[in-house]
Design a protein around this ligand. Structure first.
Ligand code: GLN
Ligand code: ZN
Length: 765
């Protein structure tokens, strides 16, 4: 019989119980015991509902987290940087301090670095290793949760991050020797894994799921030796090992993976269905069971049973039912908990989607079909699915012809500005009149309680649209006045009208639907509610023009309009699965192009199109980069190139690690780009110089992610260092990201220092 499995489940609770409990604990309103109780309730409800959905024994345990599962793993393995030790904190507070820093009762430690989890918008806390790392099992989380489930009468498959991925996803800590490689710690780490796995076996676990997602990356090709050593050592003491890979394809790594002494291998057939044949061929003569990641853990679309059955049947025919496990492609932590909480979607729309709980049911039905079930419920589920899919196909056929035609009619000249930057620069000088070292901000100003309250009241219908607009206008006017008083040169309206930089645009465009409760964890207790793209995207009318032109009307200083770019809107939404990402990105770009043109017509001097997600969307395999970068950069250009030479285009990225994609950054041809540069060293600026970058650059002069106020001298020093690398004529002076999460007090103090440092630079250089 084919069995079924869910690789991981959202751990936020159906009503965001975990967020509420964790934040209450941070605020001192919840005890550690109360927090543990909430966690236990959520785990219990996850396990029981998965069981009810008919998922066979492979429900996960050990994957729950109060903050981040990689952080849990580091804490369990005693990978705790020195700065958190010996401060008199409880283990739970050490854990949270690693995740988010801690500034209270005489303890002042910054958070550990966070990174995006592969190509998703989930962030993990990066483990820090050095020669000194002293691995030991502080606690066996997988085993504790395994037993917790067992006590409820539920048999689970514990989930543990695999040793090679753990080391490779980590980084060398500051006190490590310069050439230290975390992977060199493998011999020291394996005994601790052995202990963990042996405990699980002793507790009665039949299987253990070891996650090795780095196997879908190019660099894993260099780790054959480490994989072979590790799994040869682990398998004799462990329960049956299911080695899981996800988010991509194994490619040549399959050659050594299929030879590992493992009992099962999981592959992602949602992202990489094309790998099925070669994987079957590679494992056929072994005894390895194959876990088929057929149900997407990354999108919210209902599965197409017919297509999935076809793939699954191939595996069953080749390996037999008993060697086939039907599974989600990855953990379901990337999608919302359940469709049941959605009351506003129409029945037609609801029928298109599956969230985590609904996906669990899909896995279970598929496994039964592949086991040859004659159950009437199963065949009716398959029939119902066929009907849903055909209705969805019908809906897809009602595409917006005018949008499709417009995309088809895009010509290369639409991607290029009328003149090269050198010419535009002179035209813009006359048009905008900015001083040297122009000062500006990245767009948002503090989103205060008053702003959030007004928005909530408006959403609930407690104030009228006119009242809300009045409120926003007052807010904009005061933000403009503030910028004038502080002495900034290029102003913004402050973005008070936006709940979120993607959702806001989604709500103003055709082609999107929204959930009420579709929360997905982004990091720690921060959850987002991505909009869903369901059909062709177009702009029914101007989006931001009203706000930007109002802002311009109350000042003589030049105003910068503020938009989110096409690639970022796409990446932070759930995209359609029936057409390419490229097509969706181009449709978004055309809508934004009209907006940029309208902003220019309305007398706005500059327009910033933010693309913080361009890098995150980069494919995991290098061979796929060029195609992506081509359409991603083209989309930005399409959005921004429809205006006259006089309009100054800006773009912003929240990161600075783009050494390896620099030519694409250059190809964007934005008049000004602002980037994060306050935390990183000046390496990035050297890259700009190396490539002879000649458009304007605004490397962030201070970090906005902390309430700390940078001193005037500190910012001068920063500018001095930058000017050793970059010509003074290119430099803009700005913070490194938007100010929406900051308070007014530190915003004012920091910006005053920023302006003063820019004035100093004007005299010095
Ligand atoms: N304009 C946005 C803001 O200032 C940019 C945010 C971002 O880059 N993440 O908030
Ligand atoms: Zn940013």
């Amino acid at each position: 019989m084919a069995t079924s499995a869910v690789l991981g489940f959202p751990r936020i609770g159906a009503s965001r119980e975990v967020k509420k409990a964790v934040e209450a604990y941070w605020a001192g309103k919840f005890t550690a015991d109360q927090l543990t109780q909430t966690a236990a309730d959520v785990k219990k409800s996850n396990w029981t509902s998965l069981k009810e959905k008919g998922v066979t024994i492979y429900l996960g345990s050990g994957e729950f987290s109060l903050y981040d599962h990689v952080l849990d793993h580091s804490a369990a393995f005693n990978v705790i940087p020195k700065r958190y030790v010996g401060q008199g904190l409880t283990p739970l507070d050490v854990y949270f301090a690693m995740g988010r820093g801690r500034q209270a009762d005489g303890v002042d430690v910054p958070a550990s670095e966070m990174k995006k989890w592969f190509d998703s918008n989930y962030h993990f806390v990066v483990p820090e290793f050095s020669e000194e790392t002293d691995f030991k099992l502080n606690f066996n989380k997988a085993n504790e949760e395994y037993k917790e489930a067992q006590a409820l009468g539920i048999e689970t498959r514990p989930v543990v991050l695999g040793p090679i991925s753990f080391l490779v996803l980590g980084k060398a800590s500051k006190d490590a020797k310069p050439d230290f490689q975390p992977l060199s710690l493998l011999p020291k780490l394996l005994p601790v894994y052995k202990q963990l796995l042996a405990d699980l076996k002793a507790a009665g676990a039949e299987w253990v799921q070891l996650d090795e997602p780095i196997l879908v990356l190019d660099k894993a090709a260099g780790y054959e030796k480490e994989y072979t050593t590790a799994y040869t050592e682990l398998s004799p003491v462990a329960p049956k090992i299911l080695l899981t890979t996800y988010f991509g394809r194994l490619d040549s790594n399959l050659n050594f993976v299929a030879k590992l002494p493992i009992a099962g291998l999981h592959i992602d057939l949602d992202r990489a269905p094309g790998q099925l044949d070669e994987v079957i061929a590679a494992v056929k003569s072994t005894s390895i069971a194959l876990s088929l990641g057929l149900v997407s853990g990354r999108n919210i679309w209902k599965i197409n049973f017919q297509a999935a059955i076809k793939l699954g049947q191939k595996a069953v025919d080749a390996l037999g039912q008993d060697r086939v496990i039907v599974a989600t492609s990855s953990s379901l932590l990337h999608i919302p908990v359940t469709l049941k909480s959605e009351k506003k979607l129409t029945p037609e729309q609801k029928d298109w989607f599956s969230f985590a709980l609904e996906k669990a049911e899909e896995v279970s039905v598929l496994a039964k079909v592949l086991s040859g079930s004659q159950d009437a419920n199963i065949s009716s589920a398959v029939k119902a699915n066929e009907l849903s899919i055909s209705k969805r196909r019908e809906f897809e056929r009602t595409s917006d012809d005018s949008v499709r035609k417009r995309v088809a009619a895009i010509t290369p000249d639409m991607l290029e500005r009328k003149s090269p930057f050198a010419v535009r620069k002179e035209v813009q000088k006359k048009h905008i009149e900015l001083p040297r070292f122009p000062t500006t901000t990245i767009g948002s100003f503090p989103q205060t309680k008053e702003i959030r309250n007004a928005r909530a009241k408006f959403t609930k219908g407690e104030i009228t649209e006119a009242e809300y607009e009045d409120f926003l206008k007052k807010e904009i006017a005061s933000v403009v006045r503030f910028q004038e008083t502080v002495g900034l040169d290029l102003l913004v309206h402050g973005e008070p009208e936006r709940n979120d930089m993607v959702q806001y645009f989604g709500e103003q465009l055709n082609g999107f639907v929204f959930t009420q409760n579709g929360w997905v964890q982004s990091y720690g207790s921060r959850y987002v509610r991505p909009p869903i793209i369901v059909s062709d995207v177009s702009r029914p009318g101007p989006i931001t023009v009203k706000w930007s032109s109002y802002a311009q009307s109350v000042t003589k200083s030049p105003m910068k309009g503020m938009l989110t770019g096409p690639v970022t809107i796409l990446n932070w939404s759930f995209p359609r699965a029936d057409v390419s990402r490229e097509l969706q990105s181009k449709q978004l770009a055309l809508a934004l192009r009209d907006e940029v043109i309208d902003l220019e017509k309305a007398g706005i001097h500059a327009v910033q199109v933010d693309e913080p997600a361009i890098r995150e969307g980069l494919p995991l395999r290098r061979v796929d980069w060029d195609i992506y970068l081509k359409w991603a950069v083209d989309s930005f250009k399409l959005a921004t190139a429809g205006v006259s030479d006089a309009l100054q285009t800006h773009s912003h990225f929240c990161y600075s690690d783009f050494d390896d994609i620099f030519p694409s950054i250059q190809r964007l041809d934005a008049d000004v780009i602002s980037i994060e540069a306050s935390k990183s060293d000046m390496k990035l600026l050297t890259t700009f110089r190396h490539y002879g970058y000649s458009n304007n650059i605004g490397p962030g002069v201070y970090d906005i992610h902390s309430p700390r106020v940078p001193g005037d001298q500190e910012i001068r020093d920063r500018l001095k260092a930058m000017l050793e690398i970059l010509p003074d004529s290119l430099l803009f002076v700005n913070p490194d990201c938007g100010l929406k999460t900051r308070g007014w007090k530190e915003t004012e103090a920091s910006l005053r220092n920023l302006v003063s440092a820019a004035r100093w630079a004007r005299q010095q250089y």
